[in-house]
Design a protein around this ligand. Structure first.
Ligand SMILES: Nc1nc2c(ncn2[C@@H]2O[C@H](COP(=O)(O)OP(=O)(O)O)[C@@H](O)[C@H]2O)c(=O)[nH]1
Ligand SMILES: [Mg+2]
Length: 193
């Protein structure tokens, strides 16, 4: 897919600010620092459309990026950052739930995990929540550049086993090396027709 004019639209802190209308939403979910904002930048081929950082993001903002009026990438607050206070964790959790519960235009959840690590307890909770939501999802095991290319398939398989899934799409990803981008576009395109 060729993206022409990706635009930041709004940082919503309450339901009322979610965009109106019925443009499909592709939602990024994952713990803080896993690479959600980098993913958005990589997919639309911009350096700084979405703000990336090494420190925990704002815990209550839901950022909507309008992709050529065809769909939104929705960058949810991260969860489970080790430096987050308990209160911050609860706040980010509430915002994630509030957004996912309304679910009106959500056409796909992209769940990001770190290819190098076992999913954390927070990841597993999130995963359960996604399953219960009955919304379509794919899983990306991110930061694949951080391990040897020969190990990628095995690590993906290992994470798949931990999550106990056989049917859903799970792919490696790397914003650093911009690999697997086309494959992920193929998946996304199935959900924005
Ligand atoms: N090596 C590597 N670093 C990445 C990748 N994706 C993100 N990062 C880095 O991880 C940090 C957090 O990324 P960010 O996109 O802000 O994560 P977010 O909190 O989930 O939005 C930043 O320093 C990014 O440069 C990747 O695929 N490979
Ligand atoms: Mg971010």
């Amino acid at each position: 897919m060729i993206v022409k004019n990706p635009k930041f639209e709004i940082s919503a802190v309450s339901k009322k600010q979610y965009p109106k209308g019925n443009i499909p939403e592709i939602v990024l979910v994952g713990k803080s620092n896993v690479g959600k904002s980098s993913f958005v930048n990589t997919m639309v081929n911009r350096k700084n459309l979405a703000r990336t950082s090494n420190t925990p993001g704002k815990t209550r903002q839901i950022n909507f990026y309008n992709i050529d009026d065809k769909f939104y990438f929705v960058d949810l607050p991260g969860y489970g950052f080790s430096k987050m206070s308990k209160k911050e964790k609860i706040i980010s959790g509430n915002y994630i739930e509030e957004y996912l519960n309304q679910g009106k235009n959500i056409s796909l959840i992209i769940f990001l995990l770190d290819i190098r690590h076992k999913p954390t307890d927070d990841d597993l909770l999130m995963y359960e929540y996604i399953l219960k939501s009955n919304l379509p999802f794919i899983i990306l095991t991110n930061k694949a550049d951080k391990i040897a290319i020969t190990k990628v398939d095995n690590e993906v398989k290992r994470i798949k086993e931990i999550l106990g899934i056989s049917y859903s799409t799970i792919l490696p990803f790397s914003s650093e090396r911009k690999i697997y981008v086309d494959k992920v576009w193929e998946e996304i395109e199935k959900f924005i027709k």
